[in-house]
Every structure is written in C-alpha cells, then in structure tokens.
Design a protein around this ligand. Structure first.
Ligand code: ARG
Length: 589
C-alpha cells in the first residue's frame, strides 16, 4: 500500500508540474515543526535557482494549485519559500480504514517470498545459557518476526555450538571425575547405557571447571584437544558421550528459550555440517582456492582496498582438525544446497565482526554462495551492568539466564499482587512473566543492536517512560475500556471510525498511518529499535488522547463509536508491534 508520504508527495508533485515546475520538487517530509504543520515540502527552495525565481513565488503558485484539494486541510506558503501542510481529517480516516483492509496493515509485501535464513541464539551445548546469549536470542527473534511479517519465508536456526573444543573439554573433565565409566574403557564392547552419566546441573559445573583448568594446565588442554579430534573423527565411545551431552543440554536449552518466547525452526548445530567438510575441503583444494601455509590449510581473503589487515581464513589446522570457520563455511554450503536462501543473516556479538568478514569473503571467493546471495552480519554490543562493565551477578560471576528471568519475574509478581490482591495465583504469575519479558526485551531492543547498553532493571521494569511495561500498561488500558464498552452492550467490531475532532485525536490517527513505514524500515536495516520508537510514540499519542477525551461517558453515539474504533485500531497496531518484538500483553495489570 502506498505510504502517506508517497500519496502527499504525488499530489504536491502534480501541483508543481501544473505550475510549470519539475514534479520531483514535490517531495514531502514529516514536519520538523509539528507546532506549525504536519508535513512540509522544501521543493520551492530547491527549485529557486534552476527557475531563477524567488522561492516564495514558486511556493505561492504551488499552494494556489493545491487550494481546494480534499487531501489537505491547509497548504500554506510561508517565507522564505516553504510549504506547510496539514492533511484533512477525512484523508487520515480513510487511510486508516484502507490500512485495516490490507494484508499486514498496509506493509508492502514482495511478489514472491524470498527465503532468508537467520542464524541466531548460538548457544553452546554443555554450557548453560547466560546473559551473553540473551541479546542474540532477543534481537534475532525480533528480526525473524519482522522479516516474516514483511513477506519473507524465514528459517530461524539456533546454530548450536556443539562441535568445538568445549566438547573435548567436557569429555576430558568427565574422565577425571569418573574414570571408570565404560566410555573411557578402550576394551569395552557392550552397548552404551541409555542414561547420561551426569545431570544438567553437573554438566553446568563440568564445563567451567574444565575451561578454567585448560587455561592453567597445558597438559589438560592437550588432552581436551585430542578428545575433540577423536570425537570429530568418529571415535564411538566419545560419540556416545556426545549424544548424552546433547540430549541433556538441549532439553534444558529448549526450556530456557521457551521461557523467553524464543522459538527456532531448526535446532541444527556445528556438528550437522561435519559431513559436508571433507567434500568442501577437497573442492577448495582442487579449485586452487585453498593452499597450505605452515602446515595449515588456508584461503586468502585479503583485498587490495583493505585499510586494515584481514588475515587468511583457516580451513584446517595443521593436525587436520576443523575449526569454527570450517563449520560455518560448511554450514553455508549446506544451507545453500538444502534451502536455497536469498540471504543469510547472522545475529552475533559484534566482537566476531572480523571473523565474519573472513567467512563471508571466503564463501564468496570459493563460490559457496551465488554472487547475488546476501550475507548480513548484525553485530550486537555488550550488555553492561550499572558500573559500565559487562553484566555480572552480585557475587561477580556469570549470571545464568534462568536466574535473571526469575529475579525479574519475582519483582513483577510482587508488584502485580500489590496492585491486584485478588488476582488468581496462576494469572498473577503469568501476568508477571509477561511484564518481565516486556521489560527485558524492550530494554534491550529499544537500543540500536550494535550499541552497548546498560542493563538497569529498575528502569526497565518501570511502568512509566520508554519501557516495555509502559507499552503493556497502555495496551491493558485500551483492553479495559473496550471490555467495559462491550459490557455496556456495545459491539467493538461494529464501531466506525470518524474524522478526528481534536488535535490529540488527529495526532493519534496520523501516528497509526505510519505503522508500515516503521516496520519496513526496521526490516530494511535489521533494526527492531525502530519498532520500539514507533510504538512508544504511538503509546504517548494514545495516552494524550485518552487523558483529554471522555470516551465511555461520551453521549454523542457517533463520536463514541468513532473513539472505540480508534481504540481498537490502536490496540491492533500496538499488539502487532509487541508481537514483532517477541512479547505479549496480559489482560490486567
Ligand atoms: N556459539 C557461538 C558463540 O557462543 C555463536 C555462534 C554464532 N553463529 C555462527 N554461525 N557462528 O560465540
């Protein structure tokens, strides 16, 4: 559906043309002086030189052509040559009515459905999810939803870290703790037990211990590397252990993601790309893309125009082991073969940017992707504590994600119980969790992904200001009015939107007309923060309208119906907005 700015620009362009000027001069923008007008056009200023006329003369002529046009309430030519534009209430109303009849509220959808793979989450199996993984999950989930809504076939893949050194570390540490397990007996010939020899809790302790040891103990690290290589080469006992680690860890991960309202289409991992590696390596060698360097196999990816050094992409280490690179490249190959995506988007910590530059260049150079395949890196910044340093627990350790969510859940639960002592227990818990998620996710998403941000739980959970709970509070307020309207015998579906009868109502209506712009711009730039900004502005516009308008007590039935229709539309837009961000609203709060 054509955007409001396009419609107005077309009309103003026509007027420029009718007055004898280039129609391109009619480009209209949102006013930067909302106190004076809603939209503005500076075309007369731009055209003055070309036509050798004073800008205000051109502006006067154009304004004259637009006089009486039903799209506008007022088009004013002001010195030195601006056109100040106020659209008509009827234009705003009819635009919204049309928008409600369109698919996806007027978002422009592509003629076909491009396939986009989004690689996000990236949890490492055997390590519990911690806040470091929060951003990838939260931002990735939102981008996935936004890309789906704007007409793509999106496949979200968790790309589990299930193949690297951490697996060898876990196996090696397990061997130290339980050397008598059959997996460590080279003579064992029986069937391996179905039960894992550890719980998820133990697993959570095994990895950090092993990781710490490997940093101090060279020998331990060497053994872990050997175990990794054995696993990758298909050594049966370690494969059996690996399956246990996967099962135990995945069940826990899935639970954690579910709790976050994050949902992957694929739960593939680095290990899934392993079978592709030998063929890919052969191909890279035989086509002369890869060469040996100090025993390792590498692909040069430096380019002449580089201003900083981009090191070669290492495909195999000197001992023949594959690396993080190798699995990422093999995964690209696999995705191209299986899903034929038009694009792959990676939502990963921005500290991996150089790494992805190497991987993308290598994939292009070796023709694993088509020239037109888009590869995007959406790098995100660090979540810091109030001290400006990476977020930690009070004791200074890494905060498990589950603990963080429970903490916010409890805070919100106390608040809900205080305000609604009679709310049934289940509902109070559910409501608290919904608000907690809104606080956590909005607190993150309202920042540009690439920026670091400060995790400030008191600020994020506030019901006022630019926060998730404020948006939910606004939604709940609307729901409550609509519920009362129906309880008094009204039918929300039959309510009919009329023309605005106050500046606040007009403002809210113009806000609604901007929905598709916000979503399309968020999709184009992988920027969920644009949706946050949009729904925050819309919530403010709604609350101003609400505070200045009698709604349920309005006695003019025509007006009342119009207000109700406006509320229902605002609700729909806000609910769609939060769904795109990955959270939902409660009924009461
Ligand atoms: N598991 C990785 C980590 O924790 C992130 C994976 C990102 N995705 C990828 N395709 N490399 O750092």
């Amino acid at each position: 559906m054509e955007k409001v700015l396009e419609l107005i620009s077309k009309e103003v362009g026509d007027a420029f043309e009718a007055a004898g000027y280039d129609r391109e001069l009619g480009k209209v923008t949102i006013s930067n002086r909302p106190d004076l007008c809603e939209y503005q056009c500076n075309g007369a200023m731009a055209g003055a030189k070309k036509y050798g006329k004073a800008p205000f003369i051109i502006a006067d002529e154009v304004a004259e052509k637009l006089a009486g046009n039903e799209m506008f309430e007022k088009v004013e030519s002001v010195k030195p040559g601006f056109l100040n534009i106020v659209v008509s209430g009827d234009f705003a109303r009819s635009y919204i009515v049309r928008m409600l009849h369109e698919k996806h509220l007027g978002v422009t959808l592509p003629g076909h459905e491009p396939t986009i793979i989004i690689d996000y989450g990236g949890p490492n199996v055997a390590k519990s999810l911690h806040v470091g993984h929060l951003r990838s999950a939260v931002i990735g989930e939102s981008i996935k939803r936004i890309l789906k809504y704007t007409g793509n076939k999106v496949i979200g893949d968790a790309h589990l870290g299930d193949w690297g050194l951490q697996m060898g570390l876990v196996i090696t540490e397990l061997k130290e703790r339980q050397p008598d397990l059959c997996y460590f007996d080279p003579d064992f010939t029986g069937a391996y037990p179905k039960e894992a020899p550890f719980t998820v809790k133990e697993l959570g302790d095994i990895y950090p211990t092993a990781s710490a040891k490997s940093k101090e103990d060279e020998d331990f690290k060497a053994r872990a590397m050997e175990a990794t290589k054995l696993l990758q080469d298909g050594y049966k006992p370690y494969r059996a252990l690996w399956h246990h680690i996967m099962n135990v860890s995945l069940a826990d991960l899935k639970q954690n993601y579910k709790n976050l309202n994050v949902d992957f289409d694929l739960w593939k991992g680095e290990s899934d790309a392993d079978p592709v590696i030998p063929g890919m390596v052969e191909y890279m060698k035989s086509h002369g893309y890869a060469h040996e360097s100090q025993g390792a196999l590498v692909v040069d990816v430096a380019e002449e125009t580089d201003t900083k050094e981009i090191p070669p992409c290492m495909i195999l280490k000197s001992d023949g082991a594959s690396l993080y690179n190798t699995t990422d490249l093999a995964t690209i190959k696999q995705r191209m073969d299986e899903n034929h995506p038009q694009g792959i988007v990676y939502v990963v910590d921005k500290r991996q940017e150089l790494y992805f530059t190497q991987v993308f260049r290598c994939a292009r150079k070796t023709k694993l992707v088509m020239p037109e395949t888009e590869l995007h890196f959406v790098g995100f910044g660090t979540m810091n504590g109030k001290d400006g340093k990476p977020f930690k627990t009070r004791a200074g350790g890494v905060m498990p994600l589950g603990d963080l969510i429970s903490e916010i859940d409890e805070k919100m639960y106390a608040r809900i119980k205080e305000g609604n002592p009679d709310m049934p227990e289940d509902e109070a818990k559910d409501t608290a969790h919904k608000i907690a998620l809104s606080a956590l996710k909005y607190g993150d998403l309202s920042n540009q992904p690439s920026k670091d941000y400060i995790f400030d739980i008191d600020k994020f959970t506030s019901f006022e200001g630019d926060t998730g709970p404020y948006i939910l509070y606004t939604i709940v307020r609307i729901k409550s009015i609509l519920r009362k309207y129906e309880a008094e015998g009204g039918n929300v579906k039959e309510a009919k939107l009329g023309n605005p009868d106050s500046p606040a109502m007009k403002d809210l209506m113009l806000g609604l007309t901007r929905f598709a712009d916000a979503v399309e711009s968020a999709a184009r730039d992988f920027a969920p923060n644009r949706i946050c900004g949009y729904i925050y502005d819309l919530s403010n516009a709604f609350n101003s309208f609400y505070h200045g308008t009698k709604i349920l007590s309005e006695t003019d039935e025509y007006k009342k119906s119009s207000y109700i229709a406006l509320l229902a539309t605002t609700l729909k837009v806000l609910e769609t907005g939060i769904d795109l961000l990955g959270f939902t609203s409660p009924e009461y709060m």
